[in-house]
Design a protein around this ligand. Sequence first.
Ligand SMILES: [Mn+2]
Length: 331
Amino acid sequence: MNGEAGLPYTGVATFAKAPLVDRSGDWHAGAAVLGIPYDWGVGYRPGARSAPRAIREASARYALAPGGFWDVETGRTRLAGVGLVDAGDVDVLYLDTEETFSRISAAVAEIVARGAVPLVLGGDHSVTFPGIRGFAPAFAEGGRWHGRRLHILQFDAHLDFRDELLGVRLANSSPIRRASELPFTGRVVNLGVRGLRTSPVDYEAAVRYGATPVLARDIHEATRRDGPEAIARFLETLPAGEPLYVTIDIDGLDPSLCPGTGSPEPEGLTYTQVKAALRAAGDRHPIVGIDLVEVNPYFDPTGRTMLTAAALLLEALSAAWDGRAAQRRAG
Ligand SMILES: [Mn+2]
């Protein structure tokens, strides 16, 4: 039994107490959780490999009933009937990045092929590239989105647009660069850029590609002046109505709220800002994939990063499921 009384500390810890399914088996759902316990892409402090389990445990506090959540702010019900399942973890192989990344792409492709939104628990940010690559069949001839492009909304303190470092091309500093090289990816908006370590070479390469790095400072200024919904204006370079992949690096948020991460940077985004951006994204785009990466449980003694990560994943999923774009699609 998975905790009939709904207590957060009973039952087996699947994400939000969703039923566990065999990924290759016969299942139907609006969204499927996929854990990727991999952190060999980290250039600084490791530990994100332990995040999928830690986030699942924290997420039990937000067990998802079939009737969804009542939203006290709007009076509406959210995530009603989404049919979330937990599709387990990718069986990663340590010291074999290429094989591990192939398995990640195959697992995401399996979820996408069933018409479900993958809700990926990283892992360090390197897993975003093979995750996005898993959408290739859906954008290839005969696929659901053939002829269209997959645009990317990234929450991150960092650009993650480095070409390579001494021949290393798949680290957590390069996933958006690698994703940009796929034939079906489109525009990128990166919310929350800041800090002393931004490379001008990477910045210029990102802009040349057509990415829009948005400074945390500019977001703070706009939302202080005009309220949290003002963050929506920074999404305008993403073509409305087109499929969107959302990647949330937890270090996009401020470390006072989310200290449990490998490369924290001060002056980060607030929960309210990220929530407003996600809702705006869900109103403008069909959100077809979501990941949340770089949570490091070993730097999270109070558990607040894990709880915030679990809540943010449900916010992102709600943006995908309850957003105006999804409702239009449903007719
Ligand atoms: Mn990142």
